[in-house]
Write a protein that binds this ligand. Sequence first.
Ligand code: GLU
Length: 868
Amino acid sequence: METDMVFRNKINYINNLYEQPYLLIPNIQTVAKVDSFKAGKIACNITEDGIAAIFGPQNDECAGIVEAICYNLKIPNFQTHWQPKKTTFQDAAKMAIKMYPDPHMLSVAINDILKTMEWKSFTILYEHDDALLRLQEIFRNHKTFENVITVRQLTGFDYRSLLKEIHASGERRIILDCNTDTTIQLFRQAAEVKMTGEYISYYILNLDTHTLRQEMLQHSLTNMTIISLIDPNYGEARKYIVDEWTTEMPSLTVTAETIPTELALMYDAVDVFYQGLKMADSIKFEKVICNPGIDTWTDGEAFYDVLKKVKSDGLSGPIQFDENGYRTDFTLQILDISDDGFRPIGTWDPANGVRRTISEEDSLAQYSAALRNKTFKVASRIGEPYLMWKNKSAEGNERFEGYAMDLIHEISKLIGFKYEFYITEKYGSLDKKTKTWNGLIKELLDRKADLAICDLTITFDRRSAVDFTMPFMTLGISILFKKPVARPPPFFAFMAPLSVEVWLYMALALLGVAFSVYIITRMCPKDWENPNPQDPNPTELENIWSVTNCIWLSLGTIMCLGCDILPKGSSSRITVVLWGFFALIVIQSYIANLTASLTNEKLGDSIHNAEDLAKQTKVKYGTVSEASTANFFRDSNFSVYQKMWSTMESARPSVFVKDNNEGQKRVLRDKGTYAFLMESTAIEYVTARECELTQVGGKLDSKGYGIAMPVNSPYRTDISGAVLKLQESGKLSTLKTKWWKDMNGGRKCDENPSNKVKEEDANKMGIENFGGIFVVLIAGTTFAIFIVICEFLWNIRTIAVEHKITTCEALKSELRFAFQIFNKEKPAKPYAPSEASSDEDTRSVAASVFRSASSFLRLDNVIEKKDN
Ligand code: GLU
């Protein structure tokens, strides 16, 4: 209807022009959309009245027949609607002036604009099949192996489930090709399922979307790119034209901004027709009978050639045709949406491609302005020192404190937004089977949060689901472990290298060997010796291997003392050699173990890096579950880390913990049997407060913490810039010092040197390591002194009895001998016999003196005898 009015209005306008030599009579016919037969009939009828051009029809179904008739009668045919198919009737298009952009060129333009938007993955929603023609260049140019694009058809009237599916897939970029009614409907439903807003982008291909200004204003936060033929530079003229329309045709409801494309094209078509009339020399209009192949308009082709040469600027931008009457040269306007409606941001034309009239920065500036009025929902989690409870009963942000809170506060000061913290449990990890996220990442994907901040590591997986700012902290995975503590060595540390059983078995073995030697030597003839070697025919043979001598031999061998007497028989020698060999092995093992146990005691443990952890089983190790450190091991290709991951996975009870705090407590509790794989920044924080804990080894990787936000967030550039500014101004390191050192006893381990284990101390051996052996030495010596006193007193008594002197006299005399330290000799018979006694008696006294001496003396005696 509106098209008819505009058509008629424009014809009237032309008729009123002063220099206009013709009177143009509009003949408007209406035909049902699907009735092509009737359309053909009407077209035939009107030609018989004499006709200069046919405009329309405005639908594809009837266009073919009218186009064919026009071709046959040589009457120019202005077409103002989208024509997906070329005509089936060969050459028919040759009398057509196609005002609507050429489908192929339009497809090229659509693809060129998409390229500048740098979308890698997106979903295409189209309504009618002919949209595929507009999309063909996108399909042709998309590198399928790089990124997946999804194509879905819009059917029915309820698109919610489809939109929900798209939402769940994480897709935030949509190319929409549907009519304007469907666009309105779809956006209404999209708003219900959270598929509108600042994190969602739409690229709408319908050239009439600009007419939806009013409807789309409520989605002005959504990123929307639309294309239109209506030239904004034609603004004043357009306004003027539309003003005229509305005064002359009050029922027309269009405004200068919302002229539908078809209306504009009809207006421009009449204008082209008028320009052609002016350009043509003289045209004779005549009646033609609709009899194909017989009757034609004589000047028709000439007029058509003139029309094709018309160049003008119309409501639909610059107009120019190729030799087939196609509008291949057109300019597309690119617009986005702002609070004031659609705003031109660039143009596309075949010669220059896309040209932005508003820079990317200017577009972003719009978001910066929006940022100022926005209250960000910030998701975080409780974890020292990033976010901690300050006052649980307070309201809002007052409940929390911590590094994350301060950081967001600093950023908000720079940019000027408000924020509201809320907490979740987990960091965020991807379930590879269900492809779903949990924790903070899920909050962002569900649009419940605008920002997520804590010790949230930037990882590849997360980066593909959400956007991150510049890292505000760098770190790497390392090992938190108990410090090696110098435990007080056991008092009898020298016993430690061998177990009590071994000591007992050794004592038994010693006695057993001594007894064996005793038996063997008694049986072995060579060990029965002539007591007086000068006597070749001794009446008696002597065997020196008493039980005590046998024990002495065994002891001397194992203590490495050697022995002054050795057996002579081969069997007894074999026994002694084997015992010597046994002694050699046992003593070497003892020394080796003693060295090791003393060293171990000092160093505490043998874990110095991840490889050490991997190759042992005594110390268990784990990570925070469902977080980046666990994922690092899970996804690593390095064999050591793979081994560590399978060890961690199979460990029972589980070695995974809920958070860093639990991990730290477990390291303390398990006293050197549990190591916690933790991020270096967290280790730094913990070891400054728990002096018993330390970082072992270096960092296994290098990464950073970032502030996460939904993909495509328009605020990312601003917030990233703010992080960078804070870093450059030193604010980030001030905050770090505040929370790592100044708050919550961060200098505890620096200030209290007694908490420090000095490495040098750990390497020195103290008296405590040798305490036991000193005691043994002192006890042994004391015992020996006790024995010698007993022997001495026993000797005094014997002397007193034998020489019939008083014990006191004997004691005095023996003490005198004993303490005349420079006197090296002692009379063999110091006491004169108290009464006459035979030599025989004297000998017996001397013999008894000798008999009463200790085994040492007796051995000496034996040696003397042997020497003799
Ligand atoms: N920062 C880690 C994350 O973002 C959590 C701690 C860890 O895995 O060690 O998942």
